[in-house]
Design a protein around this ligand. Structure first.
Ligand SMILES: Nc1nc2c(c(=O)[nH]1)N[C@H]1C(S)=C(S)[C@@H](COP(=O)(O)OP(=O)(O)OC[C@H]3O[C@@H](n4cnc5c(N)ncnc54)[C@H](O)[C@@H]3O)O[C@H]1N2
Ligand code: MOO
Length: 394
């Protein structure tokens, strides 16, 4: 056990094998899921001038009790009407600029109009600045809205647009070859003989990647044959990452390690102090980072979550790339953990988090019923019901 690498050290060593990919310029329409390559410095001020947050009437605070004489209208998308004088108001709509002199807005629900005369009805006199979004109140020109390495999610893209951007400098997408191996593997939906198994990991790992900024090339179901495997790996050398699934263990037909060695790869580490996912291997084949995931479905899933996805995020330019841990109370007592970090397939709901009884890494039924990986660090002491325990949402 002592030769097994601790998880955090293995994650650091994997990242040390990789480099950030260069940046490219993309339209905001195409940048969803990318990471900003430089700070998002605002090119404009928001709002650009004081504007109304409600449909109603713009007034001067000095005249807050009314009544007012309406002298014009301010609509979003048009310059404001002329400046207000004492006792005057302007009809105003949400998003419209306040006319000069106005500093507050009364909602239309709180006034009664009698021709051009407007009177306060329901609301007490408005406070100064009521229902006004002030110039620069969201951000000022030159402010850093999002640091480099931020994920461009829908809200971040919205912010980029309002900050004046049509194109963004973003990290390139890593090219990832997904290579699955095993004589037993057959294509999804194919009739299987007892010694065969549908290649479920391929779809699972490719699906994990499809939610990421990655360009995936699937090299599925490579037989357990050294020449064929080497040829498949060789054909993927133009990729930034080669991830293999299966054949990572020590059996006579586990050819992934020997194939990489034959191609001249530098293996950095092999075997992690974690469960499932012990036989994870990583290194470099020229400029390509190689990562070998174990074939058991839960092992492949956990290892992809802890190694492959962080690697992709890092190369794509993410500032934070490791999985996010949350905490929840455990609904059942947990025994003390041993010398390998454990990621228990678990279900979390309002009552807390509960690990499934069976943790066989071959059972997809358990993995598919899970929505969390309950993390038990190396030698974690036993946990009572209600104790807060860390987990990764899946
Ligand atoms: N003597 C030892 N045997 C094993 C050890 C060990 O330390 N000593 N480790 C065990 C652990 S832990 C794991 S995990 C597995 C991982 O082995 P491999 O990466 O070599 O996986 P395979 O043998 O190729 O496959 C395991 C299992 O998963 C199925 N599989 C493989 N690929 C796919 C795929 N693409 N889609 C669906 N299912 C797949 C495969 O058919 C096997 O049933 O090794 C233990 N053994
Ligand atoms: O690591 Mo294996 O992944 O324990 O099943």
């Amino acid at each position: 056990m002592s030769s097994l690498l601790p998880l955090d050290e293995a994650q650091q060593r994997l990242i040390a094998l990789a480099s950030r990919l260069p940046a490219e310029s993309l339209s905001v329409h195409d940048a969803l899921g990318r990471y900003l390559a430089s700070d998002l410095i605002a090119r404009r001020e928001q709002p650009a001038a004081d504007m109304s947050a409600m449909d109603g009437y713009a007034i001067r605070f000095e005249d807050r009790d009314g009544p007012w004489t309406m002298i014009g209208e301010c609509a979003a998308g048009s310059p404001p009407c002329r400046a207000l004088q004492a006792g005057e108001t302007a009809r105003i709509f949400t998003g419209a600029l306040l006319p000069d002199g106005a500093d507050s807005v009364v909602m239309q629900e709180n006034v009664a109009a009698d021709g051009a005369t407007i009177r306060l009805t329901a609301e007490p006199s408005p406070a100064r600045g009521r229902h006004v979004r002030h110039k620069g109140g969201d951000f000022k020109r030159g402010e850093n809205g999002l640091p480099a390495g931020s994920l461009l999610n829908p809200a971040a893209l919205g912010q980029a647009v309002i900050a004046g951007y049509g194109d963004l400098s973003v990290g390139k997408r890593p090219r990832v070859a997904v290579v699955s191996t095993g004589d037993e593997l057959v294509a999804p939906g194919t009739e299987t003989l007892p010694h065969q198994i549908p290649a479920s990991n391929d779809v699972m790992v490719a699906s994990l990647l499809s939610g990421m900024t990655a360009e995936t090339r699937n090299l599925s179901r490579i037989p357990d044959d050294m020449e064929t495997l080497c040829a498949a790996l060789e054909s993927a050398r133009d990729c930034d990452i080669i991830v293999t699934i299966g054949g990572a263990s020590v059996g006579d037909h586990d050819l992934v390690g020997p194939a990489f060695e034959r191609l001249g790869a530098d293996i950095d580490f092999y075997k992690i102090a974690m469960k499932p996912g012990k036989p994870v291997m990583a290194g470099r084949l020229g400029k390509t980072v190689i990562l070998a995931l174990p074939g058991n479905p839960a092992s492949a899933f956990v290892a992809a979550t802890l190694f492959l996805l962080p690697l992709v995020r890092f190369m794509a330019g993410a500032k934070t790339y490791l999985p996010e841990y949350h905490k929840a109370p455990t609904s059942e007592a947990l025994p003390a953990n041993g010398p390998r970090a454990e990621f228990l397939r678990a279900r979390i709901d309002q009552a807390g988090i509960m690990a499934f009884n069976s943790q066989d890494s071959g059972k997809l039924s358990v993995l598919a019923a899970s929505n969390a990986l309950l993390y038990r660090p190396i030698h974690a002491p036993a946990a009572d019901v209600g104790e807060m325990v860390p987990y990764i949402g899946i």
